[in-house]
Design a protein around this ligand. Structure first.
Ligand SMILES: NC(=O)C1=CN([C@@H]2O[C@H](COP(=O)(O)OP(=O)(O)OC[C@H]3O[C@@H](n4cnc5c(N)ncnc54)[C@H](O)[C@@H]3O)[C@@H](O)[C@H]2O)C=CC1
Ligand SMILES: O=C([O-])CC(=O)C(=O)O
Length: 336
């Protein structure tokens, strides 16, 4: 029995993500919460012939608490997407405050209603929203770092797609696996191409490699620009979110050996060793994590990286540290 909950289920990501979760045969209950339209989306999905019982909830009558009751997996794509011309790292203060406030309030409800659930954060900026959830959970004395995940899977999916394109064979893309580490915005996204399951040709010129890295780091911009005011990635994000949720659900049900990159708190198994690899005291970083029935069992290190990848990691660290601090102080700074 697996109860999954989507918070922000009526949105651009929320709807296709809910569809994919409804298609997951392991999910027996699917609760959809949004401030608008969630009941309609739920009734629509409920006609699909898969096991999950689907229910939709709105804020009145403790809808959020009802949606969360008994949840094992909570996925959060609630929030405002950015507009063209706004880079991920320079997300405006207004947008930050809106999303940070939404995530804080949802985290508060999870902490009080489903504190043992695995929480999968999609809402941007992920580098800050994950620390926000952690700080709320700490305030409620229910923080378990093993159960909190920033969803960076879209970066991993993009890396597979774009590497297969450079290799000249798109049919390879489902099997190309590239660890992507760091965070989820611009230069904090660091693909470790030297560890690709399908190595790039050794004679590939530097400018092709640089453009590949840049395309993975700024893939979000490509979509925002193409959508021309109609939002950011939704369908590819729903696909990535469902991929990640499926792995979490398989681990929850006892499958061993699943390793997947995710943006996690480093005060847990493997975190200290990773910080040594990084050469910096950081509380959060995206790295391949080994999953088990209680969540993260171990954070893996970076492995053997090239000097060029070291440069990328060093470039990611200051922005990551600042984003983490921004999230933490959003919760810790007393409101005047
Ligand atoms: N982690 C990642 O890789 C990615 C993250 N994102 C982020 O995901 C978020 C959502 O993006 P979209 O689905 O395109 O936006 P959207 O605007 O289409 O949908 C957001 C949904 O959240 C709902 N919502 C707002 N406040 C809420 C609250 N307090 N409680 C519950 N639901 C609430 C809205 O009603 C709306 O249905 C954005 O922050 C975006 O930047 C987007 C793409 C990739
Ligand atoms: O770029 C954005 O704003 C949305 C996002 O996170 C992505 O597409 O990776």
């Amino acid at each position: 029995m697996v109860k999954a909950v989507v918070l922000g289920a009526a949105g651009g990501i929320g709807q296709p993500l809910s569809l994919l979760l409804k298609s997951n045969l392991e999910v027996t209950e699917l609760a959809l919460y949004d401030i608008v339209n969630a009941p309609g989306v739920a009734v629509d999905l409920s006609h699909i012939a898969t096991p999950a019982k689907v229910e939709g909830f709105l804020p009145p009558d403790n809808g959020l608490q009802k949606a969360l009751a008994g949840a094992q997996v909570v996925v959060i794509p609630a929030g405002v997407p950015r507009k063209p011309g706004v880079s991920q790292c320079s997300i405006s203060d207004d947008l930050f405050k809106i999303n940070a406030g939404i995530v804080r309030d949802l985290a508060t409800a999870i902490a009080t209603t489903a504190p043992k659930a695995f929480v999968l954060v999609i809402s941007n900026p992920v580098n800050s929203t994950v620390p926000i959830v952690a700080e709320v959970f700490k305030q409620h004395k229910v923080f378990d770092p093993r159960r909190l995940f920033g969803v960076t899977t879209l970066d991993v999916v993009r890396a597979s797609t774009f590497v297969a394109e450079v290799l000249g064979d798109r049919s390879l893309s489902p099997s190309v696996a590239v660890p992507v580490v760091g965070g989820h915005s611009g230069v904090t996204i660091v693909p470790l191409l030297s560890q690709s399951s399908h190595p790039l040709p050794s004679n590939l010129d530097t400018s092709t490699i640089d453009s590949l890295v840049n395309r993975i780091q700024f893939g979000g911009d490509e979509v925002v620009k193409a959508k021309d005011g109609a939002g950011s990635a939704t369908l590819s994000m729903a696909y990535a979110g469902a991929e990640f949720s499926t792995k979490i659900i398989r681990a929850l049900k006892g499958e061993r050996g699943i390793v997947v990159p995710s943006y996690v708190n480093l005060t847990q198994e493997g975190g200290e060793a990773l910080k040594k690899d990084l050469g910096k005291e950081l509380d959060y970083f995206s790295a391949p994590v080994e999953l088990g029935p209680n969540g993260v069992e171990k954070i893996n290190g970076l492995g053997a990286i090239t000097p060029a990848e070291r440069v990328l990691i060093d470039a990611a660290l200051p922005e990551l540290a600042a984003s983490i601090e921004k999230g933490v102080s959003f919760i810790q700074t007393p409101k005047l």
